[in-house]
Design a protein around this ligand. Structure first.
Ligand code: NAD
Ligand code: TDX
Length: 341
């Protein structure tokens, strides 16, 4: 099989490319990525010389960018992915997530190849109780979530109208190696290592369902191979936690791993102004993945968190390169005022 993986230089995409090259040594993988601020070829240094791997720099919005590339299926990870950035400026989210997905749908329609569209639990909005299943209404609350919901609806429309062979996955919050430092888990680890305040939005009681990135990648691969065209699959880990619990766990484990004083790290916790439109709780029901595809996560949260912390401790060069320059401009815009006492 020849796979085109869009957004393969980002967090989940790079973990997925590595997963495919290991799990399917006979596959050819083209990593197609624009290399925005979130894309980093350093995420795939260990596989870049593999004869089965090619990198192409390109934009999923560009109609001509795919000419000359041969593939049987597309796995679409390419997106603007950070909620806080979508609140600052929604335009790049509409462009890449909506128009870019539309362009990919046109390409797979013309070529007759398959598409796996990677989406998110955020399209369902927030729920106080119960779980989101694949038929739950789409009620996105952030510009990011609205752009992903729009892309999901376009996929649905292309399945119904043109019989495109497309599937959609909607996953909960990922964590693990190579996650960009703007997201909660790496932000807490890196700020703890740097002795910087750890910003907690609102009361810290917003709930997310955390999944280790490799478990998500395995699920995507199962859907690609065994999923039914036209269907949606929810991927979640049955691992719901309030943010403050995750943050305290991370700080305690960083203290253990580095020999620092636990209270000193816990004292970095700083409650700040809440995110606008902050979803209270996401809760995925993964029963369809479990029953129809026999999928389940392999990694426990405690083990996954330790693996992740150890990775960030051993890969300082990776994040020190990123947490300077452009990223600090974003960080100051986001946290400068919020962290002033
Ligand atoms: P990321 O921001 O780390 O990576 C996104 C990648 O897409 C980057 O490499 C970037 O360069 C590339 N990209 C952006 N715009 C592009 C364009 N126009 N053309 C080509 N490439 C482009 O994101 P991530 O966290 O790895 O998320 C990947 C996908 O998974 C996204 O679609 C996201 O909505 C979805 N998702 C993420 C999570 C999560 O917890 N991170 C959970 C569920 C679903
Ligand atoms: O500094 C912070 N302090 C804080 O309290 C940050 C960055 C986040 N938070 C809170 C907001 C959320 O409730 O932590 C929670 C997790 O925040 P993010 O890491 O920004 O993730 P979230 O907004 O939940 O969205 C993530 O999961 C779904 C991904 O970024 C999306 O791409 C994915 O679709």
């Amino acid at each position: 099989m020849k796979l085109l993986v869009t957004g393969g230089a980002g967090f989940i995409g790079s973990n997925y490319v590595r997963h495919v090259l290991t799990a399917h040594p006979d596959y050819q993988v083209i990593n197609f990525d624009k290399l925005t601020y979130a894309g980093n070829l350093g995420n795939l240094k260990d596989v870049e010389s593999s004869p089965n791997y090619t990198f192409v720099r390109g934009d999923i919005c560009d109609r001509n960018a795919f000419e000359g590339l041969e593939f049987d299926a597309v796995v679409n990870f390419a997106a603007e992915s950070h909620v806080d950035r979508s609140i600052l400026d929604a335009s790049p989210f509409l462009r890449t997530n909506v128009m870019g997905t539309h362009n990919l749908l046109e390409i797979v329609r013309r070529r007759g190849c398959a598409l796996l569209h990677v989406s998110t639990d955020e399209v369902y909005g927030s729920t106080a109780e119960g779980f989101f299943n694949e038929d739950s209404p789409l009620q996105p609350n952030s510009p990011y979530a609205a752009s992903k919901a729009s892309s999901d609806l376009l996929v649905r429309a292309y399945v119904e109208t043109y019989k495109v062979r497309a599937m959609t996955t909607r996953c909960s919050n990922n964590y693990g190696p190579y996650q960009f430092p703007e997201k909660l888990v790496p932000l807490v680890i890196i700020n703890a290592l740097n002795g910087r305040p750890v910003p907690v939005y609102g009361d810290g009681m917003n709930v997310r369902d955390w999944i280790y990135v490799e478990d998500h990648c395995k699920a995507v691969d199962m859907v690609l191979h065994n999923g039914k065209a036209g269907e949606v699959y929810n991927i979640g880990s049955r691992n719901e936690r309030p943010n403050i619990e995750v943050i305290k766990l991370l700080l305690r484990k960083v203290a253990q791993r580095t020999g620092r004083n636990e209270d000193d790290l816990l004292n970095l916790i700083t409650f700040v102004k809440d995110r606008a439109g902050h979803d209270r709780r996401y809760a995925i029901d993964p029963v369809k993945m479990e029953r129809q595809l026999g999928w389940g996560p392999d990694m426990s949260f405690d083990q996954g968190i330790l693996k992740t912390i150890d990775w960030y401790i051993s890969n300082r060069d990776w994040w020190q390169g990123i947490t300077s320059g452009e990223y600090m401009k974003y960080y100051d815009t986001q946290y400068g005022e919020r962290l002033k006492k």
